[in-house]
Design a protein around this ligand. Structure first.
Ligand SMILES: [Mg+2]
Length: 332
């Protein structure tokens, strides 16, 4: 892959701070670099605590999307996305679901610290009651259960007919063990791996060990559309594309990965622009009738100014981009 010169790259980069509707990962704002590529706007937004080696894959994805003239970018059609329900009480479900217009798939947070299985059951049943038998419900435990807890929880929750359970336990080894227990006990629920997949090798490992039925993939950590597509094909498992709470620019990149993947394609975790209180485009990619369009996004110059990060944060990001660019130049 051809890298742009670092000075050119930095001259095209805007560092922004995006306010969130609610706190997420303990923060109420998300910092991102928005890059005016030669072929498309792109985003570089690894979380602040990530080291350079990990962040370099994210930069690779941003450069491929923004600068690679041979990358196929679809501009027609749309993709389905899922609604996301945090660990709220059933009384809050109507207002949460109202943010996601027409979504036929809902991801529901379970195994929240300080809550009980009864809370999870009430939330999942509450969504099922509201959306009816045709809705696809998936749960996400973010690795919050032991194997024993997961067996008990999935026995109860699978009565609500789940599309899959995402990362019920923390480690890949536990997921393998859990799938064995579920099959012995006759509990029918598919398992998806999310946190188990952070690096390019991970989906192959998950597939090889039989740890999951579905892999959750994000295009920035996996190094771009081509690499992510190759990895999903090699893993041979159906994939759900998701975002890491990106701006609408990052969401648009994820949508192009969805369009590039082989079928069957699960509805994507790309409805998250609804969680941002402000965005860098005039028309944020929030779901309408359950979908977001594949048309290229146009970044709003006024928004880049309004959301510009303080000078010290810009400097921090520029240094990070320099270091990651040097890693890519040395190792590809
Ligand atoms: Mg997840």
């Amino acid at each position: 892959m051809q890298l742009p010169e670092i000075d050119d790259l930095l001259a095209r980069t805007h560092i922004v701070t995006l306010p969130l509707v609610t706190r997420f990962r303990g923060v109420d704002a998300r910092e991102a670099a928005i890059i005016r590529g030669t072929h498309a706007w792109s985003e570089f937004s690894p979380f602040l605590e990530y080291g350079d080696t990990e962040a370099a894959s994210w930069l690779r994805a941003a450069i491929e999307f923004g600068f690679d003239s041979t990358l196929r970018r679809r501009s027609d059609g749309d993709i389905w996305v899922n609604a996301t329900v945090p660990a709220v009480a059933p009384s809050a479900l109507d207002s949460v679901l109202a943010r996601f217009d027409g979504c036929r798939t809902v991801k529901i947070k379970v195994a929240e610290r300080g809550q009980s299985l009864a809370d999870d059951v009430a939330r999942v049943e509450g969504v099922r009651e509201r959306l009816g038998a045709d809705a696809r419900l998936r749960i996400d435990a973010n690795g919050g259960w032991t194997v024993d807890q997961a067996v008990d929880a999935l026995r109860a929750l699978s009565r609500s007919d789940l599309e899959y359970a995402e990362q019920p336990c923390c480690t890949t080894a536990e997921l393998v063990q859990l799938r064995g227990r579920l099959s012995t006990e006759g509990i029918e629920v598919a398992i998806a791996a999310d946190e188990s997949i952070r690096k390019a090798e991970d989906p192959l490992e998950v597939a090889r060990l039989g740890a999951a039925d579905v892999v959750v993939v994000k295009m920035q950590p996996l190094g771009g559309i081509r690499r992510a597509t190759d990895i999903v094909r090699a893993a041979g498992l159906p994939a759900t594309v998701s975002s890491a709470l990106d701006s609408s620019v990052g969401i648009a990149m994820g949508a192009q990965l969805v369009a590039a993947l082989p079928a069957p394609r699960h509805d994507a975790g790309l409805g998250t622009a609804s969680l941002l209180a402000d965005d860098v485009v005039a028309e944020p990619l929030r779901p309408r009738a359950g979908r977001i369009p594949l048309t290229p996004v146009t970044v709003d110059e006024g928004a880049l100014e309004r959301l510009a990060s303080p000078a010290a944060r810009q400097e921090w990001w520029h240094d990070r981009i320099r270091r990651c660019h040097a890693l890519l130049a040395a190792f590809g």
